[in-house]
Design a protein around this ligand. Structure first.
Ligand code: ATP
Ligand code: MG
Length: 391
């Protein structure tokens, strides 16, 4: 097969040719758009899942749907790199308004909204560069209180969107990076737009602990958002993720190869793409067969070990790496923190609590419940047992 035509897309945020298993999500989102368009209310959406399950590409697809429906969107924005989350919201708001002004003539109203964004940004400590040429509004979104100001800002955006018969969509990726007060402000502001039935919505994505973080920021967050966890694909969906991209080029797989790849990739989208990529590059002819799979298995495992697992493992300090290996030595997660401490060789769990915290900060592990930890990277335990067994 011609390498140049390779239809597989392993990586981060690379749109797959076949977006497998997401039809229910696309439909749910279409419903949301329709409901907000008709002036009713629908809960914003939060997607959670481990690394590589397809959160970012799903957000990208929802971006397309929203734009097709005539909505203004922020494009998918990763948050967390700014010291203050309001900087991200100010920038996203400018995008939304620019987006609206390219489609509508309500120039003055949009200018006024931009002056509110400006006021919002001036209330953030430190300089925020927005590159908008308007004077700041006074008395709206400029109190310096994030909860209050974000509520004003979203209200303003919602009014402009409503006046233009369109919706405004925030697409926020890596949302688990936001701290408690930021998440609380987001909850309060979206609660307010929902109460006013304004057509402003949020689709957020993050690691599995995002849900717990939202709940601890605001207990009503469980009713404010609709949550969906992305995980492994079902066998049927995994099959279409693997077979679909090649089929478009008239290339098939032997059924046994499909079953084996799905099993070895454990149904995870990113792993399926890596297998697909190497099989396509290696195979001489259709159907792709078991000899091809035997030939590329080592290459796939090496790629995963060095790029997907290895780079993450390297993010941890030497001692943190030993904590990770201690977790893996216990078998399948989630892991009791006391058991991890024992496997690590510590006398009690307090001895590893600082490492636990820093590994959570680095997004390598998360805590599904008090006293438990789990990896954020799928199949990380296998990788660690094979490559970094505990000393
Ligand atoms: N539904 C799907 N069907 C087929 N392939 C998919 C699907 N979703 C994602 N992929 C592929 O999986 C890989 C990971 O996707 P993506 O970057 O969206 O994951 P993610 O959940 O955002 O990961 P991370 O947490 O690391 O940001 C990409 O190579 C993408 O092409
Ligand atoms: Mg992502």
């Amino acid at each position: 097969m011609n390498k140049r035509d390779n239809p597989y897309t392993p990586g981060a945020g690379r749109k797959p040719r076949t977006l497998a298993g997401r039809d229910p999500d696309l439909e749910q989102f279409q419903d949301l758009v329709e409901r907000l368009n008709s002036g009713s209310y629908e809960r914003s959406l939060i997607y959670t899942g481990l690394r590589g399950v397809g959160k970012t590409v799903l957000l990208m697809e929802l971006d397309v749907l929203a734009s097709e429906a005539g909505w203004a969107t922020t494009d998918v924005q990763e948050v967390g790199s700014q010291a203050d989350f309001r900087v991200s919201f100010a920038r996203m708001s400018v995008r939304l308004l620019t987006n609206m002004s390219s489609r509508h003539r309500a120039r003055e109203r949009i200018q006024r909204a931009l002056s509110v964004v400006k006021a919002f940004s001036l209330a953030v400590p430190g300089p925020v560069e927005l590159r908008i040429d308007v004077d700041a509004a006074t008395g709206v979104a400029d109190s310096g209180d994030p909860e209050h100001d974000l509520t004003d800002l979203l209200g303003e955006l919602g009014e402009v969107a409503q006046a233009n018969n369109m919706g405004a969509l925030f697409l926020i990726d890596e949302m688990q990076n936001l701290d408690g007060p930021s998440l609380a402000a987001i909850c309060i502001a979206f609660q307010s737009v929902s109460r006013r039935s304004l057509p402003v919505s949020l689709v957020g994505a993050g690691l599995p602990d995002l849900r717990v973080r939202l709940l601890s920021a605001k207990p009503y967050a469980d009713r404010l958002f609709s949550y969906r966890e992305l995980g492994r694909l079902s066998t049927v969906d995994a099959r279409s993720a693997l077979v679909g991209p090649s089929a478009a080029f008239g290339v098939d797989f032997e059924p046994r190869v499909v079953e084996q790849v799905i099993a070895e990739a454990a149904g995870y989208p990113y792993f399926l793409q890596e297998f697909g990529l190497e099989l396509w590059n290696y195979a001489d002819e259709s159907p792709i067969n078991e000899d091809d799979l035997r030939a590329i298995r080592g290459v796939v495992n090496d790629t995963l070990a060095s790029s997907f697992f290895g780079t993450r493992f390297e993010m941890a300090t030497d001692t943190e790496q030993q904590v990770l290996s201690a977790m893996a030595s216990l078998g399948l997660g989630p892991y009791k923190i006391g058991d991890v401490a024992t496997a690590f060789g510590a006398s009690d769990q307090r001895a590893i609590s600082a490492y636990r915290e820093s590994l959570i900060q680095k997004d390598l592990i998360w805590s599904p419940r008090r006293g438990l930890v789990e990896f954020t990277v799928p199949l990380f335990d296998d990788y660690l047992r094979d490559n970094h067994p505990i000393e």
